[in-house]
Design a protein around this ligand. Structure first.
Ligand SMILES: *[C@@H]1O[C@H](CO)[C@@H](O)[C@H](O)[C@H]1NC(C)=O
Ligand SMILES: *[C@@H]1O[C@H](CO)[C@@H](O)[C@H](O)[C@H]1NC(C)=O
Ligand SMILES: *[C@@H]1O[C@H](CO)[C@@H](O)[C@H](O)[C@H]1NC(C)=O
Ligand SMILES: *[C@@H]1O[C@H](CO)[C@@H](O)[C@H](O)[C@H]1NC(C)=O
Ligand SMILES: *[C@@H]1O[C@H](CO)[C@@H](O)[C@H](O)[C@H]1NC(C)=O
Ligand SMILES: *[C@@H]1O[C@H](CO)[C@@H](O)[C@H](O)[C@H]1NC(C)=O
Length: 337
């Protein structure tokens, strides 16, 4: 009897809750209370909408025109929101100010992809104690990229497991110095990493739990890359290792790094070559010096020799002169006739 009444009440609730107009949904957004999702898309808004309902667990703010995330922008009242997923992609965000995400202690996933970050405060991610995934693909201008390691190293992202930094024109592997990290996955595909030096490779060995994705980078396959090559071969930390390709030198363009042989990247070969060029240079220089010495020591003899040549020339000229005069005489005679 009471159970039936309970079912009835539940049915009434189910029936009425979606129908009831959601008086607390911000005007430019769509609210789906049953899934806890609020979506504000392509509105051209220049600010984060006010009055995000407190039942929201997923907030999708995408395709707006938000240039700055000011402090505590998601908890303007000083109240905490129970958000677990926050997507802020394609908003043209340029600056993240200190404590911007304050009041979101349960946030698990933050997607900041496809923005234009120029300025990221060292305290930008403060308070995100449970953040596990941070997406920043195609989002960092060079200035923003330079500030990233400070922002991520500020002792706040204790739970960060996955960091995606694809498509940011990064030239080196960031964050290797931060060994207090719990990162399991670092995605660096589609960047501008040409080489990974030996110190960076030892950083990679130290973070043995971390998986690093590196395809679509323009690797320069010279002997500088040797340590990295062996890391690829025997650490199994790079899940997409088979898709890493050389883009330089010309002769190795498009060749998978894994298909290279150890000798191709052996620095001693290259050093030998360099040494032989240096040696050749020294020999040529020595020959030059010897030649100049011979000239110098022999300068008296050379002077004499030059004089002799001059004499010889003069004699020759005189002979010509004499002949010319002899030849011209008959012509003069003809003219006279
Ligand atoms: C601020 O708090 C009031 C009442 O507590 C609430 O109605 C309002 O939606 C909140 N605004 C924001 C931006 O959270
Ligand atoms: C974005 O906002 C700026 C001013 O903050 C404005 O100049 C620009 O036209 C806006 N762009 C769009 C696409 O709304
Ligand atoms: C980039 O970010 C999106 C989330 O916006 C994610 O789904 C995707 O896997 C990321 N990585 C790459 C390489 O695009
Ligand atoms: C690589 O990143 C650039 C942005 O830096 C993006 O425009 C391009 O689509 C990306 N390419 C791939 C294959 O993901
Ligand atoms: C990685 O390499 C860069 C440049 O070669 C260097 O500045 C940086 O300190 C290295 N990082 C680590 C952790 O070794
Ligand atoms: C990786 O392989 C190279 C060559 O086979 C070897 O010299 C090196 O000691 C190996 N490193 C590790 C950490 O296993």
């Amino acid at each position: 009897m009471s159970r039936r009444r309970f079912y009835l009440a539940a049915a009434v609730c189910l029936f009425f809750s979606p129908v009831r107009p959601d008086e607390d949904c911000p005007p430019s957004c769509m609210c789906a209370r049953d899934s806890g999702t609020v979506t504000c898309r392509d509105g051209g808004e220049s600010e984060v909408p006010a009055g995000i309902p407190d039942w929201t667990s997923t907030l999708i703010l995408r395709g707006n025109n938000i240039s700055t995330l000011p402090p505590a922008v998601f908890s303007a009242n000083g109240t905490e929101l129970g958000l677990t997923t926050l997507s802020l992609s394609y908003n043209g965000i340029q600056a993240i100010e200190p404590y911007a995400f304050l009041g979101l202690p349960r946030l698990h996933l933050l997607d900041l992809s496809h923005n234009r970050l120029v300025s990221v405060s060292p305290r930008a991610f403060h308070g995100l104690l449970q953040l596990r995934s941070l997406y920043l693909n195609c989002s960092l201008a060079p200035a923003g990229a330079a500030q990233l390691s400070d922002a991520l190293g500020a002792q706040s992202l204790y739970s960060l497991h996955r960091l995606e930094l694809a498509g940011n024109r990064l030239t080196s592997i960031p964050l290797l110095a931060l060994d207090s990290y719990n990162l399991h996955t670092l995605v660096l595909t589609n960047n501008s990493i040409e080489t990974v030096g030996e110190e960076n490779v030892s950083g990679l060995y130290l973070q043995s739990r971390m998986r690093v994705y590196l395809s679509l980078n323009p690797f320069r396959c010279t002997c500088e890359l040797e340590a990295f090559y062996y890391w690829l071969k025997n650490s199994s930390q790079c899940p997409d290792a088979s898709r890493l390709l050389c883009s330089e030198p010309e002769s190795k363009r498009g060749v998978p790094l894994e298909k290279l042989r150890g000798e191709d990247l052996d620095c001693t070969n290259e050093n030998l070559e360099a040494v032989s060029y240096v040696f050749l240079g020294i020999v040529l220089a020595l020959i030059g010096v010897v030649f100049l010495m011979v000239l110098y020591l022999n300068r008296e003899g050379i002077k004499r020799w030059l004089n002799n040549i001059r004499e010889a020339c003069r004699d020759q000229m005189e002979v010509y002169h004499y002949r010319y005069e002899q030849d011209s005489d008959p012509r003069l005679a003809n003219v006279a006739v």
